[in-house]
Design a protein around this ligand. Sequence first.
Ligand code: WTA
Length: 591
Amino acid sequence: MKEERQGTEEKETNYDGIKPGQSLKRAISFEGDEVGRGKEITYCEMQREVRRLQSALHRLGVKKGTVVSIYLPMVTELIVAMLACVQLGAVHSVIFSGFSARALAERLRESGSEFLITQNVSQRGGKEKRLIETVISALGAGTFVKKVLLVNSEKKIRNGTFSRTATIFFCQDFGYDKADEIKNVAVDPEDPLFILFTSGSTGKPKGVVHRRKGYMEHVEESYRQIFGILEGDVHFCTADIGWITGHSYGVYGPLSNGVTTILYQGTPTYPDPGRLWRIIDEHNVTSFYTSPTALRTLMKADSTYVEKASLESLRVLGTVGEALDPVTWRWFFEKIGHGRCPIKNTWWQTETGGALMCPDPASAMKKPGCVGKPLFGVEPVLMGASGPIKKPGEKGELCLKNSWIGRCIGIWNDPDYFNKAYFAQYEGLFTTGDMAMRDEDGDYWILGRTDDVLNVSGHRLDSAEMEKAVLLHPNVAEACVVGFPHDVKGQGIFVFAVPKNAEAEGQKEQIQEIKNQMRKEIGAIATPDGVLLVDDLPKTRSGKIVRRFLRKITNGDDLEQEDTTMLLNEEVLKPITEQMKRWFALTACGA
Ligand code: WTA
């Protein structure tokens, strides 16, 4: 496999921005979806690719401050496109390539972006997806995009056949010569570096904006604190770059430290569940950063896949994005780390830019699931009903005092929302939306969200946004979406829908249609694990659906202790609970 890689012998060149000795070093080791389809890119080659794309973007009219949307799968051109934007002082907005046309269109509209970088086809898990078709229908849904630059794509689409409003350009048409060289643009440290959309609970994606200097310094320094750096380090972050983990610890963290980053296009289980372990061995990976969901999926697979791997090169393991349960922690520690690698279960958010909490060396070897202590300059405060909690062991709402270097500047196009959503609840404190507890040793434990944000396979999803998708079904009158415990994904998605016509034939078909509807409107990540058609939903006297009770029902909690008198229709809880029990019984026996 190694022989098939296209490594290039490169003479050391004094490109600016490259640290001494780095230009011959591998920046990206790309591992394609299909086994054997890989390539190595040195820092020097990466610099050249960035200059080339920077030049193309410049000729298309991208300037300092221009928002450039990027809708690409996990290919080297994605990293190159991000860095080209950085060099031009432009603001990149990477949109997860698993999002549907509607979700893509909404994010394009929200950012006001006139430029989009994409490619024809993406491949993942042995399946091809015509990304371009999603792009065409997104642009048809009304966006401000005027120019689309296709990278990595054959010229099968003719200019003009693409969309009535946007013009298409092919990257290969922009040759590059020295004369095109663009001087790097002068930028202010406080200028925006990128926008990344994440979910709140308002039904609308939030464009979190990070600034150039603070973000970069935070990820560079925190990368060193979490993973350490030694000569020859190879870092493997399995998160898609469409999410913040991929931005911070797949791209900027390792590259700003001159480390080689592995860019893997495929899924953990393709062609079999031994793929990640083989990548670790083939590339001598030293730090491996992943999600508990990926680990739980691989833990269920035949153990010989892990046993066949050496995993000797590993020095540090890490997880992020969702709670790391003790069973998964132990398996990761023993089977992957062979009892010698610390597990850095980091806690942070899209808004925080980089990690804010991480276990110290001792806790990382022996405390399954804790997220450890605050990193530099981070001051957590746990808020209880009567103010800050001082005593160990008590639960509170996790807030942050003062600021920290990588904090986002705000929400794109909505400065008021930032203050209202994050600072209004407790004076002078940033509210994270997570519940937490501090133990006797000063280590923190994350206990789940306080709001209606779901965390499915470590991906944040907005219940209101999903409800909007369900309501698009012609026979749905009302909908409510809640999270419930799922043994692989951490949280599963459960939909309660009230049909307009309860007598309508084909309940099974309707349930399937609702599932398809959510995939179509948001993407495969929003496929519900369960749907119940119910007669009514619990509502307050003012007609607001009370998600809390439905969450309790899907969690199998007892409602006896709850005060349900504020409901207009208390009587609906009993039949829904009965239906839910039947659903659990049916799914338990695999129906
Ligand atoms: C959750 C991902 C438990 C948390 C970097 C947070 C975690 C949300 C952990 C942010 C962890 C993140 N243990 N829960 N180690 N890390 N979370 O913005 O609820 O996609 O608020 O950023 O994920 O998700 P986001």
